[in-house]
Design a protein around this ligand. Sequence first.
Ligand code: SF4
Ligand code: SF4
Length: 341
Amino acid sequence: MIQLLRRMFKNKNNRNCQFKYKQLYFFGQNVAFCSNGNPSQQRKYPIIYKNFNGNIDIKDLLKKIEKVRKNVRKGIFPAECEGCHLIKEVDEADSLKIDFIQFSDYCLCNSRCIYCNSWRTSIVQEDGRVKSSVGISDSYNIIPIINILISKKLITQNTAIGFAGGEPTVYQYFEDALKLLLDFGIKQIKIYSNVIRYSEQIARGLNMGVVDLTVSVDAGTKEIHKKVKGVESYELIYENLKRYLQIAKNKSQIVSKYVIVPEINDLESEIEKWILKSKEIGVKKLEINLDDRVIENGYNSELMYKINTLNNYFVNKSKENNIDYDICANCLFARDYCENK
Ligand code: SF4
Ligand code: SF4
């Protein structure tokens, strides 16, 4: 009996989110622990601050993080995390250390991906600059936040940093923020960009071997690319991808990605053409994912099995062509769904 109680107690204490609440995401209006969210709750994610406007109170932030971690150690998870498939038996979080900080506080974009809302309030001007159609500037300035996080050692050279969408290269503080982080000596910076606009600081970070760049191409042909991306960017992005590949210290820092959008690009033939084109220009790593809307708005078995078949096709073709590959969260969810059915 005592042993059974001990076992129950131990299991409860050892359960944690795979990311251990060691990540911070700065979104346009909130700060959160997670970005992908809980697939069993329409991708809800645990929020630390709502209506965040860029003014950061470090003491309060640390207090809030510690409170969540303390509860998790007792087996009490934030409501948004209940039922998340990433809660597993893992070692306890060891300290207040933050492993990863992502900045996604801007929402403007110069692409029009069918699976994304970022571009819907964006106007691309003739000079290629992007402005908001609703008169709101694209969010707060992250440079003071980076400076304060560095001064309080919440960002150290070993903290991984991320920039995601909207499109980082059209965010007004992006080049300066990236320069600051590169000058500070951050060792790993992950950037999601559509590469329609070439960035000197991204090129610099690639050359230093510090930046990992992920580009969602989403198609094997120009026609399907236009259907998914909503703009004619196929040739331009391959041109910029080649420039970045030439300058990168290590070619596997650049990842070409394919987001499966049901009824548009959920085709083996497109996936194959994308893999071959990637190989042709020297891409060494590929990723596949599934449109977030499928997880948010409901899915069925038939679709999950189809996605899993495409997952397997992608894996086999990548191996056949000797390219590294990764399956991202939503596609992994489809795989788990099929395996546990
Ligand atoms: S929603 Fe899932 S992945 Fe996100 S913090 Fe909660 S448990 Fe972790
Ligand atoms: S490039 Fe990124 S931010 Fe822009 S519309 Fe596509 S998914 Fe959204």
